[in-house]
Design a binder for this molecule. Structure first.
Ligand SMILES: NC(=O)c1ccc[n+]([C@@H]2O[C@H](COP(=O)([O-])OP(=O)(O)OC[C@H]3O[C@@H](n4cnc5c(N)ncnc54)[C@H](OP(=O)(O)O)[C@@H]3O)[C@@H](O)[C@H]2O)c1
Length: 250
C-alpha cells in the first residue's frame, strides 16, 4: 500500500512502539499523523518536532466518553483519514491467588478498556470515514501473547487474543463488503519500551519493531509477525502445547 501523503491516526503514538511508528511513517512520507495519548508533555514535544505534520490529541482511551469525543474530533478535523493504527496499550501484572483478587478489578477494567473496548469503539466510530476513502487500512497491534498467554498477565493476554479475533472477523467482513479496506494485525515479540522496563530478555528495539510493521503494511500483509513472533506462530502450528509451554513463564 502506498502510504505517501496519507492522513493517519496512531494511538499511543508519542511513546514506545507508537512513537517509533510515528517517526518512521513521517520519515517515509505520511502527510499528517494524528497522535493520541494522555501525556500532554510528550504530545507537545512531538508537535514541536514535526510542526504541521503531527496533530496531537489528548484522550484517555480507558474512558468511553473520551473515545467517543475522539471519534467526533477526528470526523470533524480529518475527513481524509485513511490509516488507523490501534497501538496504545497497557499491561498489568496480576497474581490472582495472592491476597484479595477483587483489588485488581479497577486496573483490569482500565486495561480491558484501553486494550480492547477502545479498539472496537474507535474502529467502529471511524469505519465510515475509512470506508469512504479509495484505499484505507486499520492496523491493530496485538502481541505474540495473543497466540499463547503468559501466567503473569492473564487479562492483558486475553485482551490481545480478543483484538486478534476482532481483527480477523472484521477482515472477513471487509474482504466481502469493502475490499479497498485492509484490516491488519501486527504481533510484536518482546520489545524494549516502558512497558517491559526491568524485565524480559532478548528484546528488540522499538525502531526495529516499527520497521517490520511498516514493511508489512506496505507489502499488503494481513498478519505481521514481528521478530520471534514468526517463530512462535510456526511452533504453534506444529505443536500448540509446545508454544504454550514456551510462553507460560514469559
Ligand atoms: N513492549 C512489548 O514488549 C510489546 C510486545 C507486544 C505488543 N506490545 C503492544 O504494543 C503496543 C505499544 O506498547 P509499547 O511497548 O510501546 O508500550 P509503552 O511504551 O508503554 O507505550 C504505550 C502507549 O500507549 C499509550 N496509552 C496507554 N494507555 C493509554 C490510555 N488509557 N489512553 C491513551 N493512550 C494510552 C501511552 O500513551 P501515554 O503514556 O501518553 O498515555 C503510550 O504512548 C501496545 O498495544 C502493547 O500491548 C508491546
Amino acid at each position: 500500500m502506498d502510504l505517501n501523503g496519507r492522513t493517519m491516526l496512531v494511538t499511543g503514538g508519542a511513546n514506545g512502539i507508537g512513537l517509533a511508528l510515528t517517526r518512521l511513517l513521517l520519515g517515509e512520507g505520511a502527510g499528517r499523523i494524528l497522535v493520541v495519548g494522555r501525556d500532554q508533555r510528550r504530545l507537545d514535544g512531538l508537535r514541536a518536532a514535526y510542526d504541521g505534520k503531527v496533530t496531537p490529541i489528548r484522550a484517555d482511551l480507558s474512558r468511553p466518553g473520551e473515545v467517543d469525543r475522539l471519534v467526533e474530533t477526528v470526523r470533524d478535523t480529518a475527513p481524509d483519514l485513511s490509516v488507523l493504527v490501534n497501538n496504545a496499550g497497557v499491561q498489568t501484572l496480576t497474581d490472582f491467588l495472592d491476597g484479595d483478587p477483587a483489588r485488581h478489578v479497577p486496573a483490569l477494567r482500565d486495561e480491558i478498556g484501553t486494550n480492547f473496548t477502545a479498539v472496537v469503539a474507535l474502529t467502529c466510530g471511524l469505519l465510515p470515514l475509512l470506508r469512504s476513502q479509495p484505499a484505507a487500512m486499520v492496523v491493530n497491534v496485538t502481541s505474540g501473547l495473543a497466540l499463547a498467554p503468559k501466567k503473569s498477565s492473564p487479562v492483558y493476554c486475553a485482551t490481545k487474543a480478543a483484538v486478534r479475533a476482532f481483527t480477523k472477523g472484521l477482515r472477513y467482513q471487509a474482504e466481502d463488503a469493502a475490499p479497498h479496506l485492509r484490516v491488519v494485525e501486527a504481533l510484536p515479540p518482546l520489545v524494549d519500551t516502558d512497558m517491559t522496563r526491568g524485565r524480559g530478555r532478548g528484546k528488540i528495539g522499538a525502531e526495529d519493531c516499527a520497521r517490520q510493521i511498516v514493511a508489512g503494511m506496505r507489502a499488503h500483509a494481513t498478519e505481521i509477525y514481528v521478530g520471534k513472533s514468526r517463530l512462535l506462530r510456526a511452533i504453534q502450528g506444529l505443536s500448540p502445547s509446545l508454544a504454550d509451554r514456551i510462553m507460560r513463564n514469559g
